[in-house]
Every structure is written in C-alpha cells, then in structure tokens.
Write a protein that binds this ligand. Structure first.
Ligand code: C5P
Length: 318
C-alpha cells in the first residue's frame, strides 16, 4: 500500500501592503512571503470506504470539514470525478495555530500535493495552483514556497530573487501568546475602516506599487545586496493598537539583542525578529526569555528556507 509523507512549512510576511479594495470583496495586496523551516508533517494512506479521516496530535484543531486538509481532499476527488476515493491523514502539528504563519494553508497545500500523488490523479502544477487559490489566498504560495512576491489577493506569484540566487540566509525568532488570536476578516475590515479613504483605485496605481516593491531595497537586501530596510505590514498598523499581545510582543522583540528587523506576520498575532544567523537569534531569545515567560509568550527559533510543501514517498510511519 503506498504511503506518503508531506512537509508543510510555515511562512512569514516580509512585506504586506494593502493597495486597495477589489470588487470581489478581497483586498488587493503586494506582499513578499518567505517559507520557514518550522513545518507540520502530514502522513497519508489510502482507505477503501470513501471517507477522508483527519487525525491530529493537537486536540484543539478541528479535523472536520472546517480544516483545509479535508477541504483539499474533497475538492481534489470532486474535480477528478472520483468521489469514492478515501484517505487517512495524520497531522503532526508544529506550526502555532491561528498565528498568521499560514499553518492551515500550508497543511491544505500539502494535502493537495500528497493526495494527488497518493490517489494517482496526475493533476499538473497549474491545476494544483488553481485548486489552491480556490481554497485560500495564501495557499498557492505555500505550494511553491521559498521567497516570493505575491500579488492580487495573494495568489499571483512572482520570483522575488534573480534566478540562481538562494533565498536569504536569515534566522527568525518567532513569538506568540498561545491564547491570543486575531480574526483575518476582522483585521482586513478594520484596515478598510481606518485606511479605506486612502486606498488606491486604479490598476495603474496598483502596478506602480508592485513595481516599487520589485525594485525596492527589500528585494535587493534579500538577494544579498544591502542592509535590510524596516519591514512594512499594513495590518500591523491596525492590529497593534487594538491587540495588547501584539503591541507588547513587538516591544519585547525590539529588545531581543540587535535584530535586523521586527514585524507582525500576516494578520497576526504572531511576531518575528530577523537575525543574520541562528546563534544570534537564539542569543536574542535568551536575552528576553524571562520577559517572554512572564508575559506568557511561547517562542521558537528557526531559519528561512527555499522550499514549499515537499513530498516524500514511503516511510509514512503508519
Ligand atoms: O483567502 P482567505 O480564506 O485566507 O481569506 C480570509 C479572509 O481574509 C477573507 O474572507 C477576507 O475577509 C480577508 N482577505 C482579504 N483580502 C485578501 C485576503 C484575505 O480581505 N487579499
């Protein structure tokens, strides 16, 4: 019986700029996303009874149709016209839940890739990308991974670095209060209330901002050509004043040694600081450890990686 194991990496936003409001209700974005080597793992095997059973080592995660893994399986078998397909999927959760690190989206992208292989459906990369975009704005990035420009509502991807240049060799200190959560629709809604009057309106204005990002100092720094500029996340500006955990966490991270940059990821509430290497990130973590513990934050050190979801055949440990 074939078994598959798929790694599903977390991401952070190195840039999140809200350009405007779209006619479909979503926001037009210009982002730079970066995969991390902090990853969940899915183990998949086929089953004969046409059910998609998800089991997880974290009891607080829904394993029914609310989970993007289950939605990905249902979408795949429906598009294949094979409703009789079934699978048992075991999810080892390492990415903090509800954190703005795309854990759910990455799991869903991993399920698309893994079940396509397990069920032998033969959907090509472009089809998987289309399915991913139907399920969530961040999901196409999670399939591809690495360092990418993400436009549209997040699903239009461009390489962020010239061919042949590896992603940034940066290390990351991530922090999150376990009980803190931010609803993504709320964060975008609040952004519209506070900044809607200043949203850009025309496609040419959007393109001008995209071009500024392509040619700006952030991408040059990530390609190894200069210092990292301050990071921009427009949702941070609306979330930080209203979510104590975010305001406090940013303050703590700024004191975590001498980070190259500090920001919120996605719509939060997880926050990160960037360092030149893992040792410096760990030293930064040590420096604020007592304050993190006192304020109830959990923290992780990891590295940026060039890979998105990745498939391993066999050895699913089942
Ligand atoms: O696509 P996803 O399911 O991740 O989006 C969750 C919610 O975030 C959307 O329903 C919408 O409220 C908001 N959103 C947005 N513009 C985007 C992405 C997400 O307004 N580009």
């Amino acid at each position: 019986m074939p078994t598959f194991s798929v790694l599903a990496p977390a991401k952070i936003n190195l840039h999140l700029e809200v350009l405007g409001q779209r006619s479909d209700g979503f926001h037009e974005l210009a982002m730079v996303m970066q995969s991390l080597d902090l990853a969940d793992r899915l183990r998949l095997r086929p089953r004969a009874d046409a059910s998609i059973e998800l089991r997880c080592d974290r009891a607080d995660l829904p394993t029914d149709g609310r989970n993007l893994i289950v939605q990905a399986g249902e979408l795949l078998r429906s598009r294949a016209g094979l409703p009789e397909l079934g699978a048992t999927i075991d999810l080892e959760k390492r990415i903090p839940i509800g954190a703005g690190l795309a854990g759910g989206s990455s799991d869903g992208a991993a399920a698309l890739m893994g079940l396509n292989a397990l069920w032998g459906l033969g959907f090509d990369a472009a089809s998987l990308h289309t399915f991913a975009a139907e399920l969530g704005s961040d999901m196409p990035f999670c399939l591809e991974g690495g360092t990418r420009l993400c436009f549209g509502r997040g699903e239009i991807l461009e390489p962020a670095l010239p061919a042949g240049i590896a992603g940034p060799a940066l290390a990351v200190l991530l922090i999150k209060q376990p009980e803190a959560s931010v609803s993504t629709p709320w964060a975008y809604g609040r952004c519209r209330e506070m900044r809607g009057d200043f949203y850009l309106q025309s496609q040419s204005d959007f393109e001008q901002r995209r071009q500024a990002l392509r040619q700006g100092p952030l991408l040059a720094a990530l390609a190894g050509g200069g210092p990292l500029p301050p990071l921009r996340n427009d949702l941070q500006a609306v979330v930080a004043p209203e979510v104590d955990s975010v305001a406090l966490g940013l303050e703590l991270l700024r004191r975590a040694g001498d980070p190259l940059a500090v920001a919120m990821s996605g719509s939060g509430p997880s926050l990160f600081a960037l360092y030149a290497d893992l040792e410096t990130a760990q030293a930064g973590q040590q420096r604020i450890d007592a304050d993190l513990v006192a304020a109830g934050f959990t923290s992780w050190c990891c590295r940026c990686t060039g890979s998105g979801v990745s498939l391993e055949v066999g050895d699913a440990g089942l």
